[in-house]
Design a protein around this ligand. Structure first.
Ligand code: GDP
Ligand code: MG
Length: 180
């Protein structure tokens, strides 16, 4: 079977670990200091239900509550990983604002595949956002939720299989609609 391509953007407040998650997934290593201003695209082969996909990951430079999201974050992106870090309440607030902005841009977010990620779960003593808070927010959006640690490679690969599954589900329901 031929390889298909899907594109995913990682978004969230600065320093939540977007690049660390991406590099842990793509290169299997934890980079302690990665230039926070770099906006890079990574590729990784991923197999879902026996089909190979080339996953293109857009590691954005990060957003805050005032960011105006550029068109390039909407064009040609199949799914989104929205990241906060569990040791930053601020990043949790910012991820809600980013989601609202996505909603505005995309019209009906129901069909936009999103996974919510609470990263840095290893920082137990510094925790400001409880697991339940993340879980509740994701439920209110009706999207999957994961706590991860890029540092300890905890649940990192799951992020990307979850977002792929969400993309494929959305495409499936899209097709069904078209077929009616
Ligand atoms: P980005 O700005 O969202 O891309 O964040 P980075 O990936 O550059 O990470 C910001 C800082 O947080 C860096 O110092 C990382 O080493 C650190 N970091 C990222 N992920 C984790 C994690 O899971 N646990 C811990 N303890 N630190 C992390
Ligand atoms: Mg980064």
């Amino acid at each position: 079977m031929s390889t298909k391509e899907r594109k995913v953007a990682l978004m969230g407040f600065r320093s939540v670990g977007k690049s660390s998650l991406t590099i842990q997934f793509v290169d299997n290593q934890f980079v302690d200091s990665y230039d926070p201003t770099i906006e890079n695209t990574f590729q990784k082969a991923i197999r879902i239900n026996g089909q190979d996909y080339n996953l293109e990951l857009k590691d954005t430079a990060g957003q805050d509550e005032y960011s105006i999201l550029p068109q390039s974050y909407f064009m040609n992106i199949d799914g989104y990983v929205l990241v906060y870090s569990v040791n930053s309440f601020k990043s949790f607030e910012v991820v809600k604002i980013i989601y609202e902005k996505l909603l505005d841009m995309k019209g009906s977010i129901n069909r936009v595949p999103v996974v919510l990620v609470g990263n840095k779960s290893d920082l137990t003593l510094e925790r400001e956002v409880q697991y339940e808070d993340g879980k509740k927010l994701a439920s209110s959006w009706n999207v999957p939720f994961l706590e991860t640690s890029a540092k300890e490679n905890q649940s990192v690969a799951e992020i990307f299989s979850m977002v792929m599954m969400a993309i494929l589900r959305a495409e499936g329901s899209e097709q069904k609609k078209g077929g009616c």
